[in-house]
Design a protein around this ligand. Structure first.
Ligand SMILES: [Zn+2]
Length: 59
């Protein structure tokens, strides 16, 4: 029979490597490589970095 259980999740986020204060967020630019690269912009200083995944994500 169906049972319900609580599960815990963690969020993985990427802090800005430039200013150390902001968080990196996807800005919509995706490089169509294999695998795709997602451009992020810092919420604080506007620095741009490209990562192989979108932050934040849930594990
Ligand atoms: Zn920054």
């Amino acid at each position: 029979m169906p049972e319900t259980r609580e599960v815990k999740t963690n969020q993985v986020d990427q802090r800005c490597p430039e200013c150390g204060n902001g968080w990196m967020r996807p800005n919509g630019v995706v490089q169509q490589t294999n695998p795709p690269q997602y451009e992020h912009t810092c919420t604080n200083c506007g620095a741009k970095r490209t990562y192989g995944m979108r932050y934040p994500y849930i594990v």
